[in-house]
Design a protein around this ligand. Sequence first.
Ligand SMILES: NC(=O)c1ccc[n+]([C@@H]2O[C@H](COP(=O)([O-])OP(=O)(O)OC[C@H]3O[C@@H](n4cnc5c(N)ncnc54)[C@H](OP(=O)(O)O)[C@@H]3O)[C@@H](O)[C@H]2O)c1
Length: 405
Amino acid sequence: MISPIASFIRVPDGPVGVTILGATGSIGMSTLDVISRHPDKYRVIALTANSQLERLVALCRDFKPQYAVLVDSNAAEKAGSLMKEANLNTQVLSGIEGLETVVALEDVQQVMAAIVGAAGLRPALAAARAGKRILLANKEALVMSGKIFMDEVRANNAELLPIDSEHNAIFQSMPPNYLNGLEKVGVKKILLTASGGPFRDADISSLEKVTPEQACDHPNWKMGKKISVDSATMMNKGLEVIEACWLFGTSPDHIQVVIHPQSIIHSMVAYDDGSVMAQMGNPDMRTPIAHSMAWPERMKSGVADLDLFEVSRLDFERPDMNRFPCLQLAYDAINQGGTAPAILNAANEVAVQAFLDKSISFTEISGIIARTLDQVANEDATTLAVVLDADSSARKVAHSMAYGV
Ligand SMILES: NC(=O)c1ccc[n+]([C@@H]2O[C@H](COP(=O)([O-])OP(=O)(O)OC[C@H]3O[C@@H](n4cnc5c(N)ncnc54)[C@H](OP(=O)(O)O)[C@@H]3O)[C@@H](O)[C@H]2O)c1
């Protein structure tokens, strides 16, 4: 399959209009930090959040977007009053429809897709349908609906640039003509790096007792809670294997996960001639964000220079599937195909939330996902309705296991 990611270049007149989905989150805030360094190049057209209205209103004070969206309608109503009190002209919308509206506006050229989880799927698809440059952080959208999503990108001449630091590194390490198919351009393998998270060296028998606070305490990255837990179970890497298959038109057996605890190499591409191209940098999401926004040019991101003398060494290990069963489950799901990745993703979202709610232990997360995959029928993922149905069935099954109701 040929991936349409970043297949052509658009040069807009004047500052590029940007909508940020998930503006109040970790990626959203890093995006705003990058934008604030380049007021001549970018202008914020719309900012969105789920329910954190005070934070969103504060961002509207700073960036003066035309639109703000709060998915929660009560929060949207309150935000509307706060905007008036603050004499802001930002129009407040609500619901998924609000998200779908602000990605498709004519003034918007780039959409940062940084909502966490399946909730980001519909607005990301709407951005693809509107033919925008999609800066994709929300990997769950592509995991759930891979073929449907890529088909929409291609059919509408949208551009898809990966924000995940690993996929961004792979994109930077690929040959220019990789859209012709990886085998044809001499690419042998993708080496997808992983930090191994906070429990890489922990005694496996101690994992049953770890707390959400320990699981969210990532050694190298500061991220939202869900992706932090996913990093601790390595489901995050599993989701990234699936994401890489769709973005780069390859199969899971061409993707090797490599644990690299320092998170300095963000991923690599191995070639038939023995070359291995790597992209390196400090672990700071502003690098892939600035790269994807400016591509094919470069711009400053605010990230400190990499000091190799301070880093001094780079280590690599094979992942242990006994320690990280979620990684194996993700490989199995993409190999099964159909709606299995959507079921995996939904069960994981429910199980991670149950762990954060202290309803289940850390080690129960993988068991709930495995049993949900066994219980929910795998269908051909031919339409969005089929995918959303699988997502909803998996959530019900996983929820009853995780919360007993
Ligand atoms: N953080 C990283 O370094 C990193 C790196 C690579 C990839 N990613 C990916 O980027 C995405 C965002 O991660 P994050 O760490 O930035 O998450 P986060 O800090 O938890 O932020 C999530 C954002 O999504 C919004 N949101 C949550 N639920 C929503 C819903 N149901 N409908 C609409 N909006 C909703 C939140 O709004 P409220 O604030 O109102 O709740 C917030 O703005 C994830 O897919 C993650 O895997 C993150």
